[in-house]
Write a protein of this length. Structure first.
Length: 245
């Protein structure tokens, strides 16, 4: 039986990515799960199989850009299309004054949070167009678009702001081509990244990745038509971007 959709999720081994991969599997998608850790991917695969679903595991560092190029070719050879792309994987990077950020840390955050997602678009755009109802969601952060920027969050906030501009540009380019591109802001969730950023916070006061994933599933459904907008999970609203004025 052909899967209802082919869905690629980055950062799929834990947190938000894992929750989204499981929701997509429950919805009948064949999940292409990309993450760095082979063992964690295999555990996800076991969970997807227990749901009656199927997954293809892709152990890969997102900064291995040539591997992302090969991924597009492999998906084309196997299915000839891609229905869903979830660009979830990201790095927090150092919480530090900009003047104190090590260039290697800066480059790594930009490579994973921005350039890797552009390389995915570059590699997968023909497959998304071939779907007839391609759906793309990039996971962003309120740190990217707040009116007053927080100090010390520079690499993360700047990379997410660049990701938002890229996603909106792509949405404009695929308008009318049967592809939608959305951004989703999960807000503070019970994840490892949040614990890293806010070590003194009680995680039990936060909502879970599973709650966010259930809401995001609508953005990944074949009937979804909105594009170039932001789904804000904390307020459960679709928001438009606007310039100063």
């Amino acid at each position: 039986m052909k899967p209802s959709s082919i869905a690629l999720v980055t950062g799929a081994s834990r947190g938000i990515g894992r929750a989204l991969a499981l929701e997509l599997a429950r919805a009948g998608a064949h999940v292409v799960a990309l993450a760095r850790t082979q063992g964690a991917l295999e555990e996800l695969d076991d969970e997807i199989r227990a749901l009656g679903g199927e997954a293809t595991l892709v152990p890969c560092d997102l900064a291995d850009f040539e591997a992302l190029d090969r991924l597009g070719a492999a998906l084309f050879e196997r299915w000839g299309r891609l229905d869903v792309l979830v660009g979830n994987a990201g790095l927090l990077g150092p919480l530090s004054p900009l003047a104190h950020v090590d260039p290697k840390d800066w480059s790594r955050v930009m490579a994973v949070n921005v350039t890797a997602n552009w390389r995915l678009i570059r590699s997968l755009d023909p497959l998304l167009r071939a779907s007839g109802a391609g759906r793309v969601v990039f996971v962003t952060s309120g740190a990217a678009h707040r009116a007053t920027m927080k100090p010390f969050w520079g690499p993360y906030a700047i990379s997410k702001a660049a990701l938002e501009a890229m996603a909106r540009t792509y949405a404009a380019e695929v308008a009318g081509a049967g592809v939608t591109a959305m951004l989703a802001n999960p807000g503070p969730l019970r994840t490892r990244m949040r614990a890293q950023a806010m070590p003194g916070e009680d995680p039990m006061t936060l909502r879970t990745p599973e709650e966010f994933a259930k809401k995001c599933l609508a953005l990944l459904a074949p009937e979804w038509r909105e594009s170039a907008r932001l789904y804000d999970f904390p307020t459960d609203r679709l928001l438009d971007f606007s310039g100063p004025g």
